[in-house]
Design a protein. Structure first.
Length: 154
């Protein structure tokens, strides 16, 4: 499944011209000299195509990680649906856009919308404090406007 997931994630990242490319590495060389051997492993490498630098996903900045993880999560869901005929009809993102700068939020929403379209989801629920992102989302629920319930319950 990993080639399908990385291919789908990379296609999502390309929807907004991302410079990132994901690659799964499932083996590595351990030891040196006569003791060198190939061992199984699982690393997610992210190549920045502008700089030519490849880093493990854990070494990305917060904003970079938002892009890559969102693409991976959505790709995994799409491949799972294709292979099992079980689709996720709802995706929830709880303030995932927090580390993004204002310019990046527009591109991020483009990628989220493309994943929504390709996956066949019915709803994508985005929780955000960003007024700029709220302005780009067509249907909104403002929790602060709901107010407390009349019976005193929270």
């Amino acid at each position: 499944m990993s080639p399908s997931i990385s291919s789908t994630a990379n296609a999502l990242l390309e929807t907004f011209g991302s410079v990132f490319r994901i690659e799964f590495q499932t083996t590595r060389i351990s030891g040196s000299g006569k003791n060198a051997k190939q061992v199984e492993d699982f690393l997610i490498q992210v190549m920045n195509e502008e700089t030519g630098v490849s880093r493990e996903i854990s070494n990305l900045s917060g904003g970079e990680r938002v892009w890559v993880l969102r693409a991976l999560y959505d790709a995994f869901g799409m491949i799972r649906a294709k292979n099992s005929d079980v689709r996720f009809l709802l995706a929830v993102q709880d303030e995932a856009d927090g580390p993004l700068d204002p310019v990046a939020r527009n591109s991020y929403l483009t990628m989220v919308n493309e994943a929504h379209r390709l996956s066949g989801r019915k709803k994508t629920l985005m929780i955000t404090q960003s007024e700029a992102l709220q302005a780009m989302i067509p249907t909104k629920i403002f929790v602060r406007e709901l107010g407390p319930r009349k019976d005193g319950d929270a």
